[in-house]
Ligand binder design. Structure first.
Ligand code: ADP
Length: 398
């Protein structure tokens, strides 16, 4: 069966078409700059030259139509008839507490996703737009929602509850939800394979380090705690987000400056983190600045690594036994310097890096721990679309 996995962001749309029987990618690609102008599609088919086409996509419907047009194109396409696509899996960032696994999208589910969109105002609206657009083009295929928050619904109450008036949770849903679950589920399973044990017995600390970044403690294959909270602002220091902060700081700022609540929130989400400290939100640019002797860039690197170290320590305590630390996403997969800073001097926790293995670039999953390290250190490229397809199949089999 062929499964189309769609990962719909505010201005980009990633897709992969899988032959799930053979577990092979038939085609994959990306539409960029949707809604902002100068949009284009990059379409890859194994064994063929990458195809790129400029195509104006003022909205997600046009972008989905472009993907379908490309997949069925007589020259660049891979399917003759859209009926060949047996199911479509959609990534949805926030499912609130309603969804603990992937679900078939009907009107009730779509309404439930809309009901929680205030919890992820940047992410859920484009996810919804993608679902509606894909349903319009492929009305006969089952459409399945895969929620980033679902993987974290196994967290115990003592991990997800904030120490606030309890009625705020009951009335307003104020609690830790966690994000990046689709990625954590994928790399977690891959890590268990590398460790040679069932995922259900694996204890992992998964560091998803991209523009957004989070740490998840996985105990026996289930999320038991995660650093992002009700929103993706809490936890690690990120490209433009502050992560953990004294909760009184925003109130102090609003009282002592002319900043409104919206402006303060905007600064915490988009003007803080690496950008706030050193003026750049991109990790590669930050390294370049630090190498030029920029003190704030070096400070930002030290703070980022220190925050990571604190979470590794905290989650080691929460898990009791750790089989592996897993690095993934743009920074986790490609930044040996940050990995070394985060894992350095953690011998007391049984975490010992092999510096040569860490420094050797590779595009595949690998173990970079010293041979004698009791805890393995794994670098695993994430593949959210694969996890979307897997969860789609699981949902159809239930
Ligand atoms: P997103 O959360 O948007 O999906 P990615 O997972 O693509 O983000 O990660 C983007 C981050 O990865 C950026 O900060 C980028 O600088 C960083 N990155 C990518 N390649 C490297 C590299 N070789 N060294 C350090 N950082 C890198």
């Amino acid at each position: 069966m062929d499964i189309l996995a769609l990962n719909c962001g505010s201005s980009s749309l990633k897709y992969q078409l899988f032959d799930w029987k053979k577990k092979e990618v038939i085609a994959k690609g990306l539409v960029e700059r949707v809604t902002i102008g100068d949009s284009f599609i990059v379409h890859e088919v194994p064994g063929r030259e990458t195809y790129r086409e400029e195509y104006e996509c003022p909205d997600h419907q046009v972008a989905i139509n472009l993907i379908i047009k490309t997949l069925t194109d007589p020259v660049h396409g891979v399917v003759k008839d859209m009926k060949q696509i047996s199911a479509v899996g959609h990534r949805v960032v926030h499912g609130g507490e309603k969804f603990t696994c992937s679900v078939l999208i009907d009107d009730t589910v779509l309404n439930a996703i809309k009901e929680v969109q205030h919890l992820a105002p940047l992410h859920n609206p484009p996810n919804i737009a993608g679902i509606e657009a894909a349903k319009a083009v492929l009305p006969d295929a089952p459409h399945i929602a895969i929620f980033d928050t679902a993987f974290h619904q196994t967290m115990p109450q003592h991990a997800y509850t904030y120490a606030l008036p309890y009625e705020w949770y009951e009335k307003y849903g104020v609690r830790r939800y966690g994000f990046h679950g689709t990625s954590v589920a994928y790399v977690g399973r891959r890590a268990a394979e590398l460790l040679g044990k069932p995922f259900e017995q694996a204890n992992l600390i998964v560091l998803h380090l991209g523009n957004g970044a989070s740490v998840t403690a996985v105990g026996n294959g289930r999320s038991i705690d995660t650093s992002m909270g009700m929103t993706p602002l809490e936890g690690l220091i990120m490209g433009t987000r502050c992560g953990d902060l004294d909760p009184d700081v925003p109130f102090y700022l609003m009282r002592h400056t002319a900043l409104s609540a919206d402006q303060t929130e905007e600064l915490l989400f988009h003007g803080s983190g690496l950008r706030g400290l050193a003026g750049v939100g991109d990790m590669r640019e930050l390294h370049a600045l630090a190498q030029q002797g920029n003190g704030n860039a070096e400070l930002a690197l030290q703070m980022t690594a220190y925050r990571l170290k604190k979470y590794i320590g905290a989650y080691s305590a929460a898990l009791g036994r750790v089989d592996a630390i897993v690095f993934t996403a743009g920074i986790g997969e490609n930044d040996p310097d940050l990995r070394a800073r985060a894992c350095g001097e953690l011998n007391n926790l049984g975490i010992v890096l092999d510096h040569e293995r860490n420094a050797t670039p590779a595009a595949t999953a690998r173990d970079i721990a010293a041979a004698a390290s009791p805890v393995r250190i794994l670098v695993i490229p994430t593949d959210e679309e694969w996890e979307i397809a897997r969860a789609t199949r699981v949902c159809l089999q239930r």
